[in-house]
Structures are given as structure tokens and as C-alpha cells.
Ligand binder design. Structure first.
Ligand code: IMP
Length: 430
């Protein structure tokens, strides 16, 4: 049986929600393996809109096991609120249908405060984060001073862990002009939340390895996108986790052999939110048009997304670093009606042609995209369900992308509706 990893192959917001939902119907287990509630997945099922940030997309489907893995950073107050909102929409969530890894780090209120204080402190340090405390929590995890889910079970451990974190945080806060942390207040909040969160806490690594042995299908649900990866993204304008597919194994406690198929989600053009390099960004009417037609506003923060042409050069890179076996191309219909489309096929760096984006920031800044132009199409592709429904030029665009990124298209999505999909390869096929 195949286990599938879904990863964003650009800067996030590629339209993972619909694809993950479509795949989750055929999976037994849906697991988040990185990121936190900085993610935003919108699902539309039978006319009902579900907005998910921390929960795996599988929760809205009955009979599935949803898992939050150790690679995630978890705000327990946010999680419980999200569970309540979904319950009010009629979704059943119980410790039988949702598991949280015992070794998952907790995002505490002071992580969010630090995130926002740093973002507002001065423009040099600004990353354009979601302000949800993701980075500070991962820092504490690596700094060995984070509180993890299992720590909530024992009051003495909890106090010890909190004091360890406060030594660091209070010093930092003094430097940023913030008040010291209200130790007893945080402790009280944690004591109150503990009995609500602990029923979901499980040795997820064990459960998932057993599920795999029993032949169950696991869908690993990535958040953000490979260009926001802490190692391979446009550092420092990245998120604080590994986003690429290899993290799926580490982020739940399985071996790399557990991954059978990597599906990269790819938007037919490019967007990004927050600061940082974006070689094919369009600051003109074409960019505005992509943003308007594509409804390019962040699900989590509502920020306007920056828009630009498709960058095949960056895609080649992310398909390689995630070992993508096939891509799901989304939002093709947003390109309907352009006379000419441009695809970035390489970069010019001081007169030299590069087929990848260099790591050094000054070189990235000097890279100018080399474009290939391709004729557009005037017909609508919205709602297409087979190749025959697509104009010839749209098929040419898709085929050219496949060639340039050296990776086949597994499916094409032509509207937010789940049925509006052209299926080429089923990632779950045996
Ligand atoms: P953080 O993850 O909140 O620390 O933000 C770091 C960078 O990642 C910022 O540029 C955010 O805009 C970006 N980011 C985080 N989560 C998402 C997402 O789900 N979609 C798109 N961008 C994101």
C-alpha cells in the first residue's frame, strides 16, 4: 500500500487544501508533520466551508485517523478552539479520531509575543511572519527548553520546564523592552489546559508504524512550501521548520522507507506572502490581474499575496530537494485570457546563465529571470475535467512546464470544486 506525502513546491498557498481533501478520502490516516497554525487550509465539502489551521484535513471526514506529529509546533489553546468550531459545524472529533504526539512542542503565549515584538522591533529583522509564535517555539525546541505535550502530565516536571524556558525568555524580553513573563499565570493556564489536551496525547510513532505494518494508507499533509524550508528556502525569509518531503518521516517518527510517493503541489503561476526574494514578481497590471483573478489573500493573516510568473527554475530545485514523483498543477484557470504567458527558465547572474537560484543573498538579488514566452489562450479552462476540455495552448503550457521542471503532472486542478480535476496518475495506486 502506498503512503503519500503532499508538499507545497513554491512559497505556500499552492492550493494544497483541495488536493489533500481529495486524497484524504482514500487514506486511512492523515498526519501533519511540520509547521503549526501558521498554515491555512480551506475545504469546501458539500457546500460547507471548513477553515483549518492546526488540525489535519482528515478531521472533516468520518472514519479517518488524524495525527499531529512531533514535527509540528502546537498552540493548545488554538487547537481546542479549532476543535470547538468544527464541532459546532457538526464534525465529530474525539481521542479516537485525533492523536497528538506526546513529544510535540507547545507554543505558549510568550512565543507569539516574542514573534510579534521582533517583527515590530526594527525593519532589519523583519521576516513578515504570521506572528503566531512558530519561530520562537522551534527555537526553544532546538534550545532544549520547550515544554512538550507529555510534560503536562506531571506538575513538578511542568514547573521545572517552565522555569528553564523563563531564564532564557525573561533575559530576551528585557532587551526588547517587554515585561517579564507572569510565571504563575502561565503555569495556571497550562494546568487548566492539561486535562483537555492530554486525552489526545499518544506515542504517535508507534501507532503509525503499526498502521503501516497493517497495510493502512497514510497521507502526510505538508504545510507552507519548499521555498519556505528552513534549510533550502530563501533564508532568512523562511518558516522555522523543514518543509521538504524528507521531514514527513522525521516529523512523525517513521523511517524514510515509509514514503512511497511525493506529490508536489504547484500553482500555475507564483505567489508569496511576507518579505524575501521573488525573482519573477510582477509589480505591474499583470501581477494585479493574477492577484485579483486568483483571490490571492492569505487564509491565516488576510495579507495580499505578491504575484508573478511561473518559475520553472525554482520548481526544478524544489522537485529535486523533495524528491517529487509527480505534481498537482493548480489554478490553471487564473491564466485564462492572457495573450502571452512567461515562464522563467533560468537566471542571468552578471552575464552568466544559471539553472538554479544561488544561495548567497547578494547573488540572488542580482539574478534576473530569463523568460520563455508562450502564447496564451482565450477560452475558459475553469471546471475542465479531461484533457479534451482544455484548449490546445493550455495543454502546451502544462506540457512545457513538465519538460522544464523534469517532473510529470499527476493531476491538474481547474477550480476549487473537488470534481474539477484532471487525473493522470493516482498517487495512491499500488
Ligand atoms: P512564520 O511561519 O509565521 O514564522 O512565517 C515565516 C514566513 O513564512 C513568512 O514569510 C510567512 O508569510 C510564511 N508563511 C508561513 N506560513 C505560511 C503559509 O501557510 N502559507 C504561506 N506562507 C506562509
Amino acid at each position: 500500500m502506498a503512503n503519500v506525502v503532499v508538499v507545497g513546491a513554491q512559497w505556500g498557498d499552492e492550493g494544497k487544501g483541495k488536493i489533500v481533501d481529495w486524497l484524504s478520502e482514500r487514506a486511512d490516516v492523515i498526519a501533519r508533520f511540520q509547521g503549526g497554525h501558521n498554515a491555512g487550509h480551506t475545504l469546501v465539502i458539500d457546500g460547507t466551508v471548513y477553515k483549518l489551521h492546526a488540525l489535519p484535513s482528515g478531521v472533516v471526514r468520518a472514519g479517518k485517523l488524524s495525527v499531529i506529529g512531533n514535527g509540528v509546533v502546537l498552540d493548545p489553546w488554538h487547537l481546542l478552539k479549532e476543535i470547538e468550531t468544527l464541532r459546532a459545524q457538526g464534525v465529530e472529533i474525539t481521542p479516537e479520531t485525533l492523536m497528538v504526539a506526546e513529544n510535540t512542542p507547545l507554543i505558549l503565549p510568550f512565543h507569539g509575543e516574542l514573534d510579534r515584538a521582533r517583527e515590530n522591533h526594527n525593519s532589519v529583522a523583519k521576516i513578515g511572519t504570521t506572528g503566531r509564535g512558530i519561530g520562537p517555539c522551534y527555537e526553544d525546541k532546538v534550545g532544549r527548553r520547550v515544554i512538550r505535550v507529555a510534560d503536562l502530565a506531571d506538575d513538578a516536571t511542568l514547573e521545572l520546564r517552565l522555569d528553564r524556558a523563563l531564564v532564557h525568555h525573561d533575559a530576551l524580553r528585557r532587551g526588547l523592552g517587554l515585561d517579564p513573563i507572569d510565571r504563575d499565570g502561565v503555569l495556571q493556564q497550562l494546568r487548566e489546559i492539561a486535562p483537555k489536551l492530554l486525552p489526545y496525547a499518544k506515542p504517535v510513532w508507534k501507532v503509525l508504524n503499526e498502521k503501516r505494518k497493517a497495510g493502512k494508507r497514510i497521507l502526510f499533509e505538508g504545510a507552507q512550501g519548499a521555498l519556505l524550508d528552513i534549510d533550502f528556502g530563501t533564508y532568512p525569509y523562511v518558516t522555522s521548520s523543514n518543509v521538504i518531503a524528507g521531514q514527513a518521516a522525521t516529523g512523525v517518527g517513521m523511517g524514510p522507507g515509509a514514503i512511497d510517493f511525493v506529490l508536489g503541489i504547484v500553482k500555475a503561476y507564483t505567489t508569496r506572502v511576507g518579505e524575501g526574494p521573488f525573482p519573477t514578481e510582477l509589480l505591474d497590471a499583470d501581477g494585479e490581474r493574477l492577484g485579483t483573478r486568483g483571490h490571492e489573500f492569505g487564509t491565516t493573516t488576510g495579507r495580499k499575496r505578491r504575484c508573478g510568473w511561473f518559475d520553472a527554475c525554482l520548481l526544478r530545485q524544489t522537485c529535486a530537494t523533495s524528491g517529487v514523483n509527480g505534481i498537482a498543477l493548480t489554478k490553471l484557470d487564473v491564466l485564462d485570457g492572457f495573450d502571452v504567458l512567461k515562464i522563467c527558465v533560468g537566471y542571468d547572474l552578471d552575464g552568466e546563465r544559471l539553472d538554479y537560484l544561488p544561495t548567497a543573498a547578494d547573488q540572488q538579488a542580482r539574478c534576473t529571470p530569463i523568460y520563455e514566452e508562450i502564447e496564451g489562450w482565450s477560452q475558459s479552462t475553469e471546471g475542465a475535467r479531461s484533457w479534451a476540455d482544455l484548449p490546445a495552448q493550455a495543454i502546451k503550457y502544462v506540457r512545457r512546464i513538465e519538460e522544464l521542471i523534469d517532473c510529470p503532472v499527476a493531476l491538474v486542478s481547474t477550480s476549487p470544486e473537488r470534481e474539477d480535476t484532471i487525473l493522470v496518475t493516482d498517487p495512491f495506486a499500488d
